[in-house]
Design a protein around this ligand. Structure first.
Ligand SMILES: *Cc1c(COP(=O)(O)O)cnc(C)c1O
Length: 443
């Protein structure tokens, strides 16, 4: 596509916008099970007002934008209060990946300064989000992935056995993305404390939901700052915080630790430059919208939404368990779970769900489908379950129907050469993000 010579009218921009957007997946109708966390039109209006009001502000300059200084510090202290450590020191970031990147950088630089560790190692269970591997890759840190126990939670003995001289950080999830279960954080943090290491809890999913399921009386494995030895936590506002995308929090038990996260240069002609996180300029809208939604919902609002998520999850799990060929992989600690089949090709079932207009998320190791339940799914229980029953019956009757996507997923899942599979993924990123050469090019 060529750079436009002349401008396009506002009307035409609007038409093209809505035309393109009309082809997106129907997230509002609950047809997707990840990516969007919608808490209803009223919350959306609050977010939009806050975001657009602060649209031009820049979090790089809290000196100029006193509003953002107030909003960000209040988001941090409200989150610290929620996670039982009012004195926690933290920053807002663009998302879970940046929060985790910052926690790993902090651990690396803390160990370098305090213990003289030249080449740091971090130890995480295989279910830890890829953001840890990405952080290790970017920061030149070694990462060891340890196996799970039978209940799909981190095997803490395996983590302990992976500790070497240069180990700096152990991490667990609350809960992990693939199976929605909380790792034994108290044990992980206990080992970390005993060996003089840091312990990060990835609560990107759980931080703004588990405190409220706990209030509702659900069992919650201890994971927050009440657990001794937990030194940092990542918490995504743009997931179950229901905020506008581009908002997460990374919290540290104390300010001395957080200081290792910062970056500053004193000899740049452009002036003295300091930056707390990865980003330079930061969207003030995302910070402001997060502040607005936390205040708008409060404990009451979040607890009401938590109840909907938990009851919808229970209804979906019951319906799935009633289908004889399907099984839930682990009883989830929250509203995130995976289901699989011992007898049928789950990827073929996913293809049949695609046909019925759903967008199930495929997982591997083992093959399964992933559900992230949000308030919009309340209304789809009655339509999703019959479609899932039909999809399962169809695959059961038609035997090996693995064609199309199911065939591809099935093959990639079984390929022993994981480096080759990585190349398949890299090729697909390349295809999906390349410039369009002509307007008829397909995605
Ligand atoms: C989503 C997620 C992340 C990464 O967050 P992004 O906002 O996508 O960068 C990290 N950990 C867990 C458990 C997640 O679910």
């Amino acid at each position: 596509m060529e750079f436009p010579e002349k401008g396009t009218s506002r009307e035409e921009i609007t038409v093209q916008l809505s035309d393109a957007i009309s082809r997106d997946a129907d997230w509002r109708g609950g047809k997707i099970f990840s990516l969007v966390y919608f808490a209803g039109d009223e919350v959306a209006d609050v977010l939009k007002e806050a975001y657009t009001t602060a649209f031009y502000t820049n979090g790089l300059g809290p000196g100029a934008f006193k509003s953002l200084k107030k909003f960000e510090s209040e988001v941090i202290s409200m989150t610290g209060d929620l996670l039982y450590h009012a004195e926690a020191a933290g920053n807002m970031t663009s998302g879970g990946t940046e929060s985790i990147l910052m926690a790993v950088k902090t651990a690396r630089d803390w160990a370098r300064a305090e213990r003289g560790v030249a080449h740091a190692r971090i130890i995480v269970p295989v279910t830890a989000h890829p953001a840890f591997a990405k952080a290790a890759h970017y920061l030149d840190v070694d990462i060891v992935h340890t196996p799970l126990r039978d209940d799909l939670r981190a095997d803490v003995d395996a983590m302990r056995r992976s500790i070497t001289e240069n180990a700096v950080l152990l991490a667990g999830s609350a809960p992990c993305y693939p199976f929605g279960v909380i790792d034994p954080i108290a044990e992980i943090a206990g080992v970390a404390a005993e060996r003089g290491l840091l312990c990060h809890v990835d609560a990107c999913l759980g931080a703004y939901l588990l405190p409220f399921t706990e209030r509702l009386g659900y069992d919650v494995t201890p994971w927050d700052f009440r657990v001794p030895g937990v030194t940092s936590i990542s918490a995504d506002l743009h997931k179950y915080g229901y905020s506008a995308r581009g908002a997460s929090v990374v919290l540290y038990r104390d300010r001395d630790l957080r200081r290792h996260q910062f970056f500053a240069v004193s000899d740049w002609p452009g002036g003295l430059y300091g930056s707390p996180t990865l980003a330079g300029s930061r969207p003030g809208g995302a910070i402001t919208a997060a502040w607005a939604v936390l205040n708008f919902l409060g404990v009451e609002g979040y607890t009401r939404l938590a109840r909907i998520n938990m009851e919808t999850t229970a209804a979906l799990i019951k319906g799935i368990n009633d289908i004889p060929q399907l099984k839930i992989l682990a009883r989830p600690d929250m509203s995130v779970f995976a289901f699989a089949s011992d007898s049928l090709d789950i990827y073929a079932i996913a293809d049949a769900l695609d046909e019925a207009g759903w967008h199930p998320d495929r997982q591997q190791l083992p093959p399964s489908l992933h559900c992230m339940v949000t308030p919009v799914h309340d209304k789809i229980v009655e339509t999703f379950l019959p479609d899932l029953r039909r999809a399962t019956a169809y695959v059961a009757e038609n035997g090996d129907v693995s064609t199309g996507r199911a065939a591809t997923y099935g093959m990639l899942d079984k390929m022993p050469d994981r480096a080759a599979v990585r190349n398949v993924v890299l090729d697909s990123i390349d295809r999906l993000t390349q410039a369009r050469r002509d307007s008829s090019a397909r995605d």
